[in-house]
Ligand binder design. Structure first.
Ligand SMILES: Nc1nc2c(ncn2[C@@H]2O[C@H](COP(=O)(O)OP(=O)(O)OP(=O)(O)O)[C@@H](O)[C@H]2O)c(=O)[nH]1
Ligand SMILES: Nc1nc2c(ncn2[C@@H]2O[C@H](COP(=O)(O)OP(=O)(O)OP(=O)(O)O)[C@@H](O)[C@H]2O)c(=O)[nH]1
Ligand SMILES: [Mg+2]
Ligand SMILES: [Mg+2]
Lengths: 279, 302
């Protein structure tokens, strides 16, 4: 698509198609195209491959500018990670994969099955805990999620665990009472361990469209986000939604999900992400 | 705050007496933004804009020729709005929200639910079963997701909640489970079978083949794509892939109780011809409703 062609409206239209089709959204796409047009009009862009570089730099600045590693240690511990997001985004699976990785790396992990609402949510997490070989703390269906967190932290203390990962029920950001429940879970964590929660990770399905922007804004407002997880990148979706979200909220993508298996978790690599987006 | 999208189109035409070649293009650019922000697929949006332009200018010509007596004389803004709403509604709905549920001499009606991971299939399966039971049918749920941890337990718990039997096996052959589920339904006098399948990517060839085999073995009267209302530009790729393989008879748009605009409804229908039949309006098992095109049309326009 972008070789040594000259820059004309047809090329810009192809670029727009590429960016919109990757779920970058109208605003982000227009920002990029405006920059391209402006540079082109000043004869600062030799050809189409120069445009490619410009877009790469623009996206890299946005995504790498806020890059930060996952907080996996705390003094005093344990490090507490809360995993949140709308229904079906991949929270439970991501936690299973992360726990597996951490245990393999020699860390003590406890998982809190704080989704006490959805059918068989705890059972699903118990299977992942077996795969990861770590304790899953659960209570009966309908129990107060905060009570599960409390129990999990007690168990973590008992085991001397380094990390506690809290799974939460999927919830739409438009449900105020559910968002307040989430804020309460975060408060319970903060009262138990200084500086907790050390990570609040919003899990976003890569196939999500522009509604991801509203999701991120609302979850950020209620709990404060420290990172994004982009799942299902092994599909056809490019996950371009994270660009606008990172730009506006300054929250970095920390992990990506690339499958349903226990090892299908990767640290976010902006370069690789941008390559895939532009292909 | 800059007014963008559909509201901008209305404002732009507010001072105008009528839609003209000159002012319609600007209004269409605003409409285009509205559709893209509403997650309508780009190509679908472009084709829709062409339709709106043709209809808008065509109506003005007819009005001037005195042939538009069914088209009330209104301001350009209201006229444009009405055309957009009408065209969207017409495109998305032809009232085909009914499900094909007839039993045959061979046995019960079979409904096959398919879709991407996490779209809401298992929940929708239970909702469907509950509604059918309320209508006097005898549904059987079949737990054919042999991959996801506790997927079978999830369907079993839901089945228990609504007092509907769930066919399950310990095995790992989804095709056999579906076949034997239908046989069990026939034997036990259940007259409609709902097959809950595993979420899958359209690029996962072995899993797409599994669906081919399930469809071939069970001959469903309905093959429904269960699709998350918040899906973005991949709606067309996804729906087309499932449709090409399975000949979908309908789609269910889930999680419409959120604030996703749901442009996928237009994309799916326009690109594949598959009708949206049902919408999921919540996690509760009573939250499944027939699709209403006019409601979704104004939602997509924002
Ligand atoms: N292909 C693919 N599937 C994934 C990925 N992550 C999760 N999934 C699948 O997505 C579906 C939903 O995953 P869950 O982990 O149950 O999602 P959740 O956010 O916990 O869902 P709720 O608790 O119901 O809100 C499952 O079928 C997972 O196997 C991924 O990276 N790639
Ligand atoms: N708010 C809302 N949540 C829904 C709706 N339909 C399903 N869900 C939720 O979405 C999540 C995923 O639903 P599932 O039924 O597990 O989805 P699935 O397609 O079976 O997932 P896989 O089997 O992993 O592919 C669960 O948390 C459901 O409660 C809906 O209409 N509205
Ligand atoms: Mg979960
Ligand atoms: Mg399921």
């Amino acid at each position: 698509l972008l070789g040594r062609r000259k820059i004309d409206e047809a090329l810009l239209e192809e670029l727009e198609t590429l960016l919109i089709s990757s779920d970058l959204g109208v605003d982000t796409t227009l920002d990029i195209l405006d920059t391209v047009r402006e540079r082109a009009s000043r004869n600062e862009l030799a050809d189409a491959s120069a445009i490619r570089e410009l877009i790469r730099d623009h996206l890299t600045t946005t995504l790498e500018g806020v890059e930060a590693p996952l907080t996996l240690a705390a003094e005093p511990g344990p490090a507490i990670l809360i995993v949140i997001g709308v229904n079906g985004s991949g929270k439970t699976t991501t936690i299973g994969k992360l726990a597996f990785r951490l245990v393999r790396d020699g860390k003590g992990v406890v998982i809190a099955a704080a989704d006490t609402y959805r059918a068989a949510a705890a059972e699903q997490l118990v299977v992942w805990g077996e795969r990861a070989e770590c304790t899953v703390v659960r209570k009966e269906a309908g129990a107060d999620p905060a009570a599960v967190v409390f129990d999990a932290l007690a168990q973590a203390k008992k085991e001397g665990a380094d990390v506690v990962i809290i799974d939460t029920a999927g919830r739409l950001h438009t449900e105020t009472n559910l968002m307040e429940e989430l804020a309460k879970i975060a408060r319970v964590a903060s009262r138990q361990v200084p500086d907790a929660p050390h990570e609040v990770l919003l899990v976003l399905d890569a196939t999500t469209g522009q509604n991801a922007v509203q999701q991120a804004e609302l979850f950020h407002r209620y709990t404060g986000l420290t990172g994004l997880v982009l799942t299902k990148l092994d599909g056809t979706a490019k996950g371009g939604i994270v660009v606008g979200i990172t730009h506006r909220l300054k929250v970095p993508v920390k992990l990506i999900g690339i499958g349903e298996g226990v090892e299908d978790l990767r640290d976010f690599d902006a370069g690789a992400f941008i390559d895939a987006l532009m292909s | 705050v800059l007014t963008k999208g559909f509201r901008a189109a209305r404002l732009r035409l507010r001072g105008e007496a009528e839609i003209t070649d000159a002012n319609v293009d600007a209004a269409l650019r605003d409409l285009r933004r509205a559709l893209l922000e509403g997650d309508v697929a780009l190509d679908v949006a472009k084709r829709f804009l062409a339709r709106v332009k043709e209809e808008a200018l065509g109506q003005v010509v007819r009005l001037k020729a005195g042939k538009g007596d069914d088209e009330v004389r209104v301001t350009a803004g209201d006229h444009f709005t009405r055309i957009c709403q009408e065209q969207l509604t017409a495109l998305m709905g032809a009232g085909e929200t009914d499900l094909a549920l007839e039993t045959t001499k061979k046995g019960p009606a079979v409904l096959l639910l398919v879709g991407l991971q996490g779209s809401g299939k298992t929940t929708t399966a239970a909702k469907l079963a509950r509604n059918l039971k309320k209508e006097g049918r005898k549904p059987l749920l079949v737990a054919a997701d042999v991959y996801r941890p506790a997927a079978i337990d999830q369907l079993a718990v839901l089945g228990e909640r609504i007092d509907i039997p769930v066919y399950r096996e310990e095995g790992e052959d989804a095709v056999k489970i579906c076949k034997r589920g239908v046989a069990a339904a026939t034997k036990e006098g259940r007259d409609v079978v709902i097959l809950d399948t595993a979420g899958r990517l359209v690029v996962d060839e072995p899993l797409m083949r599994e669906l081919d085999k399930i469809a071939k073995a069970t001959r469903p009267s309905e093959t429904l794509l269960v699709c998350d209302a918040m899906i973005g530009q991949e709606a067309v790729t996804t729906a087309t892939a499932f449709h090409d393989r399975l000949s979908l008879t309908g789609a269910v748009l889930t999680k419409l109780d959120g604030d996703a605009r749901g442009g996928a409804a237009l994309s799916i229908r326009e690109a594949t011809g598959v009708p949206i039949k049902l919408v999921g309006m919540g996690e509760g098992l009573d939250r499944l409703e027939p699709f209403r095109p006019e409601a979704l049309a104004s939602r997509i326009l924002g």
